[in-house]
Every structure is written in structure tokens, then in C-alpha cells.
Design a protein around this ligand. Structure first.
Ligand SMILES: *[C@@H]1O[C@H](CO)[C@@H](O)[C@H](O)[C@H]1NC(C)=O
Length: 309
């Protein structure tokens, strides 16, 4: 059957179409998750700006990450909510390409920012004397800016490669939003070259920062283990444990979603994994950072005192 691919001018999200009884539970859960994400990340942004004890590169990166998480969730959840609440499950072709672009651009930037944060911890713990020079406020701003700009530019070509494919089999996306694997499934003709290109970009954007993070943490952990006092070890570890936890959750789910051969995709499994990195991780980040981090907790206490008087 050959249909003209120009006829695909919109897509329809199927969501969890096999389980329509889940719709109302999911709508409420997504709405709550979105509100918690916005509130938590806004709080991190406010507190790292307002409290002078948190005016360090580490919290500058954390603020940048929180800002990123707000953008990242705003790309997917509002559209998911309108499809669940208003039963409007369609998205235009351009809308889908735009959504995927921002999803990849912001996701890629998150990988880079997490790597920059690991490098920041590496310098702070392994080279504390050089920290003020190696991680000046100018350097940290440039590192953050580089993360945003590289991803912004490179992923444009990526999106162009995907959306110039022919879409002719169906316009039903078996997912909540325009993610790469479910959209690629609808492409017809020879998608081999594009799939390899996607894998290469994924390797570059997911794996390269991941290797940087691993190397940083290998150095950090060996330095911490060599510290003479237990108190010093505990203090050093506590400044990077929340970052380590956030990295593990983010990379665990991202790898499960993207670094898998096409044949091993199960649609419902993929959707659940996608919920982890699109909804759960951005919501957990501020919680991880504020509950596990003494400086943030103290800053929160100071802020609430100021607000009361
Ligand atoms: C994040 O970093 C970029 C680049 O340095 C900067 O322009 C932007 O203002 C930062 N965002 C926040 C919320 O700190």
C-alpha cells in the first residue's frame, strides 16, 4: 500500500490506549507532578538567588538545572494534560517536530549540565586549592552557556533528519508525546541511515557526558577514600551525594529509553520508562537536593524565618 506521505499533516497520541480506565488517574497524577515540579524547581531558583551562602558555582549550576527542568517538563506535560482532560489527542506535524526538538535539546543540555556539575565537584574535592581559579564565576557561566548552545545547534540537524523522512503507514503515535522511538516507528521507506545517525548522536550526547561523569566520580571517590578523617570523608561525600543520586536516576532511565535496539522495544514498557525521565526525574531533583543537602536546608530555614518576620 503506498500512500502519499505529504498527507500526514498531523499525528494522534494513543497514550495508554489499551487501558482507558487509567485516564483519570493519570490526569490527576500528571497535574500534581507538574505542579510539584514547578513549585520545587522555582523554590530552588529563588533560594539560590536569595541566599548569599549559596552564591557558589555549584548552586549556580543547580539553579540552571532547575530552570532547565521547568522548561523540560513544560514541553511535554501540558500537552499530555490537554490530551487527557480535553480529549484532544492530535498534534500538528510542525508541533510534533517542535516538541521533539525541545525535548532532545533540553534533555541533551541536561546531560551536559550534569557532567559540568560532576566536573565542578571533581575540582572542588580533588583540587580544592585551585578551585577558585578553575571554577571562577566566569568559567562556570561559560560552561553552562556551552551546554545550552551546543545542544541547541546540533539537535536542529537531528530533527531535520527525522522529519524529512517519509511518514506513510499511520499517524497514530503509540506514546504520550513526540519522542524519537515512537515517531521513528511511523517512518517508512529506508530509515537505516537515519537510525544510525540517531544512535551516533545519542552516543555523543548521552554517553560522552556519562563517561566524563564516571571519570570525575572515580577520581572523587578515590580522593575521598584517601582522606585521613572520617568527618572529612563524610563532609566531602555529602556535597556530591545528591548529584550522584540525580545522575543515576536520569541516566538510568535515559539509557533504558534510547540506547536499545529497535527490536527490543515493547510499547507499554517504553511509555513507563518515558514517564520516569519526563515526569518523575524533574520532580525528584529539587526534593533530592533540598532533603539531602545541609546548605539548602539551612538556606530554606533562613528564608522561611525572613518570610515570617
Ligand atoms: C543558565 O546559564 C546560562 C548560561 O550561562 C545563563 O545565561 C542563564 O541565565 C542561566 N539560567 C539561570 C536560571 O540561572
Amino acid at each position: 500500500m503506498t500512500r502519499n506521505h505529504t498527507s500526514v499533516s498531523y499525528f494522534v497520541f494513543l497514550g495508554f490506549a489499551d487501558y482507558p480506565e487509567l485516564n483519570s488517574v493519570l490526569s490527576v497524577a500528571f497535574l500534581l507532578a507538574y505542579l510539584i515540579t514547578l513549585a520545587g524547581n522555582l523554590l530552588i531558583i529563588i533560594i539560590t538567588l536569595a541566599d548569599s551562602a549559596l552564591h557558589t558555582p555549584m548552586y549556580f549550576f543547580l539553579r540552571n538545572l532547575s530552570f532547565l527542568e521547568i522548561c523540560y517538563t513544560s514541553v511535554t506535560i501540558p500537552k499530555m494534560l490537554t490530551s487527557l482532560f480535553l480529549d484532544n489527542k492530535t498534534i500538528s506535524f510542525i508541533g510534533c517536530a517542535t516538541q521533539m526538538y525541545f525535548l532532545l535539546f533540553l534533555g541533551g543540555t541536561e546531560c551536559y549540565l550534569l557532567a559540568v556539575m560532576a566536573y565542578d565537584r571533581y575540582v572542588a574535592i580533588c583540587h580544592p586549592l585551585h578551585y577558585p581559579v578553575l571554577m571562577s564565576s566566569r568559567v562556570s557561566m561559560e560552561l553552562a552557556a556551552a551546554s545550552w548552545i551546543t545542544n541547541f545547534l546540533v539537535l536542529m540537524g537531528h530533527i531535520a533528519a527525522i522529519f524529512t523522512l517519509a511518514f506513510c503507514s499511520s499517524h497514530e503515535i503509540n506514546h504520550f508525546f513526540c519522542d524519537v522511538p515512537p515517531v521513528m516507528e511511523l517512518a517508512c521507506g529506508d530509515t537505516h541511515g537515519t537510525e544510525i545517525a540517531i544512535l551516533l548522536v545519542a552516543l555523543f550526547f548521552v554517553l560522552a557526558p556519562f563517561v566524563l561523569i564516571l571519570v570525575s566520580y572515580a577520581h572523587i571517590i578515590s580522593t575521598i577514600l584517601k582522606m585521613p578523617s572520617a568527618e572529612g570523608r563524610y563532609k566531602a561525600f555529602s556535597t556530591c551525594s545528591s548529584h550522584l543520586l540525580a545522575v543515576t536516576i536520569f541516566y538510568g532511565t535515559a539509557c533504558a529509553a534510547y540506547l536499545k535496539p529497535k527490536s527490543s522495544h515493547s510499547a507499554n514498557g517504553d511509555k513507563i520508562i518515558a514517564l520516569f525521565y519526563s515526569v518523575l526525574t524533574p520532580m525528584l531533583n529539587p526534593i533530592i537536593y533540598s532533603l539531602r543537602n545541609k546548605d539548602v536546608k539551612e538556606a530554606l530555614r533562613r528564608l522561611s524565618k525572613k518570610m515570617c518576620f
